[in-house]
Design a protein. Structure first.
Length: 248
């Protein structure tokens, strides 16, 4: 999250790593806040945050700040799943391809209007069983990077929306199992996977903390748990960071 302390600026927008940053003014702190993130593929180094705004007289303001991106270390694990998830048959490959096209369409949608409000809340009250960024080897063959958080919950545990938003997707998928995707506006999406029951419909509006599903172990899962992912303008971000932000 970027914070720009200025009560003199009347409008503000930004560009970060070729992504648009939407800023909102908070009168209490007299600061502008903009949500943004960094992909796992981003190399360590210094990157420019470009800021554009106007003052009370309509004069254009242009600023640039260098932000340092450091290197992080992530764990690596080996897991065993049903053979169909590493060696799918032709029928399953067809389904996987169709769902890939669907997800690409869903994930490229971006509503510039802000839906979320205030702090993002955890989807369940439970410990984290696997962290963001873990490299996973499935059945000793297929490698993938864990792009979210896993919560250790029993099947049937109520799952809540992290924040206010619109339901973009609510259906079972091959790898994700029961899956819900919420659009919180400004390119920010949250994804809930391996659900045993979905309690919302596509195009529904949900509120922060609203129950949207029950946890399960559907799809490519080693057992019951809840997987939650955060996407921002096409890249995955660490949900733990978002949940730790104190947002106005």
């Amino acid at each position: 999250m970027f914070q720009v302390a200025s009560s003199q600026v009347k409008s503000l927008s930004g560009t970060w790593l070729d992504h648009e940053v939407f800023f909102t003014f908070d009168p209490q702190s007299k600061s502008w806040y903009g949500l943004a993130g960094i992909s796992l593929e981003t190399r360590p180094g210094k990157y420019s945050l470009e800021l554009n705004g106007t003052d009370a007289n309509g004069k254009e303001i242009v600023l640039q700040r260098k932000i340092t991106v450091g290197k992080a270390k992530y764990p690596s694990i080996r897991v065993s799943v049903s053979k169909q998830y590493t060696e799918p048959n032709p029928e399953q490959l067809k389904r996987i391809g169709e769902e890939k096209t669907l997800k690409e369409h869903i994930f490229t949608q971006m509503d510039p209007q802000r839906e979320w409000a205030g702090k993002f809340l955890p989807p369940v009250k439970a410990g984290i069983s696997d962290v963001f960024g873990t490299t996973r080897t499935f059945n000793g063959k297929v490698e993938g990077v864990h792009q979210g958080l896993d919560y250790a919950v029993r099947e049937g545990t109520p799952v809540s929306a992290l924040n206010r938003g619109k339901v973009l997707l609510a259906r079972p998928l091959f790898f994700e199992g029961g899956c819900v995707v919420l659009d919180h506006g400004q390119g920010l999406l949250t994804v809930y996977m391996h659900l045993s029951k979905i309690e919302v419909k596509e195009d529904d509006q949900v509120t922060r903390g609203q129950e949207i599903a029950l946890s399960g172990g559907t799809g490519r899962a080693t057992g019951p748990h809840l997987h939650v992912a955060v996407r921002w303008q096409g890249i995955y971000l660490n949900p733990e960071t978002l949940l730790g932000l104190q947002l106005p």
